[in-house]
Ligand binder design. Structure first.
Ligand code: SAM
Length: 217
């Protein structure tokens, strides 16, 4: 029987060597981390990072915005520990928990990002998260999402079907976080963001399956 790992176990056991893996093996990421940093507005003083992990996107963002105040949310404490080790002097409020459950506040962030974290969840869960995120952002600010996205609806459906099959075989309930990639199409991603209230949602980068979208509030 094919099995999948609990999300936190998956990332905890891979934290050593994680940065090298993302930079050297996941196609498009090295360039996308750098490119995302250039998209953060010069005026942004506060940034919300969903699924910040060890902060590869923050490594680049801090080069351009050294004093930005970061709120980083991640489910895996070991990833957050690594991030803190890399940037002990930075102003980061790191929260260990799920971005689906933790409150973000209302109208408080100048910018939000997520990088390679949301390709594990359903449309319904993501749309709910985007609504919460929309509320947390100030008017006139942007959300920048980089993720593993696919071109065809068939590909998306295949990943979701396989995930469901494995989860059913393992007897997992819908609310348990397990690691399995379920990338969505770019078109569906844009629709979800618009449904949550974002406007002017645009694809601005794509290298292999690594795609960046920018959405405005
Ligand atoms: C592939 S890593 C990306 C980390 C970082 N953004 C980067 O690009 O290097 C995905 C991260 O998302 C986190 N994650 C997954 N599901 C989450 C959830 N529901 N809430 C918060 N973090 C989550 C994992 O713990 C992991 O650190």
């Amino acid at each position: 029987m094919e099995t999948i790992e609990k999300m936190t176990d998956f990332f905890t056991s891979r934290v050593e060597g994680y940065d090298e893996h993302m930079l050297n093996t996941v196609e498009g990421c090295r360039d996308a981390y750098k490119y995302m940093a250039t998209l953060v507005p010069d005026t942004a003083q506060s940034l919300l990072d969903l699924g910040c992990g060890t902060g590869l996107e923050l490594d680049e963002i801090f080069k351009i915005h050294p004093t930005i105040l970061v709120t980083g949310i991640d489910l895996t404490q070991a990833m957050l520990d690594k991030l803190r080790q890399k940037h002990p002097q930075k102003n980061m409020n790191l929260l260990c928990g799920s971005y689906f459950e933790l409150p973000f506040g209302s109208n408080i962030f100048d910018c939000a990002v997520s990088f390679q974290t949301l390709h594990h969840f359903t449309h319904e869960k993501k749309t709910g998260l985007y609504r919460k995120l929309y509320d947390a952002l100030k008017t006139g600010s942007i959300y920048i999402e980089c993720d593993y996205m696919v071109e065809s609806q068939e590909a998306e459906e295949l990943y979701f079907r396989e995930n469901e099959r494995i989860r059913r075989e393992m007897g997992l309930s819908d609310d348990e976080f397990y690691h399995y990639d379920t990338p969505c199409t770019i078109t569906n991603q844009i629709t979800m963001l618009k449904t949550a209230g974002f406007s002017n949602v645009k694809q601005v980068f794509r290298e292999e399956n690594t795609t960046i979208l920018v959405a405005e509030k």
